[in-house]
Write a protein that binds this ligand. Structure first.
Ligand SMILES: C[S@@+](CC[C@H](N)C(=O)[O-])C[C@H]1O[C@@H](n2cnc3c(N)ncnc32)[C@H](O)[C@@H]1O
Length: 185
């Protein structure tokens, strides 16, 4: 599926405590999450946001973490087990056939793609697939790094999302990032 993925070892830096000072999950994600939600964490790396999402959805909620790199998901599994949150987190490998999403149509309340889309080779297909997993009114937060994605590049990303049928409902301000909150409706 993806060709330009970030190296697995970089996952340790992305998930470090210092990152949380810049990208505080309580500020960025908590406003979108309610207890009991089903949430897709696309490209979680080494659980940068996965454990916080699991806490926000509570015991009745579910996080599905999807990554192309088994090494990332193995680290997510370890960290979730240490935090006693593994029951709320399902791990799925993303492959070329999109089989990971085959049972998710219309079931996801919120999807997160944080620093991911610039690594995805087929952005149009990615948004179409993600939209198909969402419930009516389901939302998706797309965040891209300013250092890798130009304003023009992000505009192209949003154009692909609009073509897939999303609408842009907000442009949250997130440090060192370009971002958009999308709605399925
Ligand atoms: C730059 S890291 C971002 C990790 C985390 N979201 C963060 O913000 O710290 C990108 C992650 O997306 C994964 N990835 C790349 N392409 C993917 C795809 N098509 N589907 C799912 N995950 C993918 C990579 O393996 C990596 O874990």
């Amino acid at each position: 599926m993806a060709q330009r993925v970030c190296p697995w070892w970089f996952g340790y830096f992305l998930a470090s405590p210092i990152r949380r000072l810049i990208h505080d999950p309580r500020k960025i994600l908590a406003p979108h999450i309610r207890p009991g939600m089903a949430v897709l964490d696309m490209g979680p790396g080494m659980a940068t946001f996965t454990l916080d999402l699991a806490r926000f959805v509570g015991p009745s909620g579910k996080i599905i973490a999807v990554d192309v790199q088994p090494r990332m998901l193995e680290e997510v599994r370890k960290r979730a087990a240490r935090a006693r949150l593994l029951e709320r987190i399902e791990l799925r490998i993303a492959g070329d056939d999109n089989a990971w999403a085959s049972d998710l149509a219309g079931r996801i309340d919120f999807a997160l793609a944080f620093y991911l889309v610039h690594e995805v080779p087929d952005v149009a297909g990615f948004f179409a697939l993600l939209r198909s997993t969402l419930t009516p009114g389901g939302r998706m937060l797309v965040v891209e790094p300013i250092m890798h994605v130009s304003a023009r590049g992000f505009a192209d990303t949003i154009t692909a999302a609009l073509k897939a049928g999303f609408t842009v409902v907000d442009r949250p301000r997130i440090p060192r990032s370009r971002s958009a909150l999308l709605s399925k409706d």
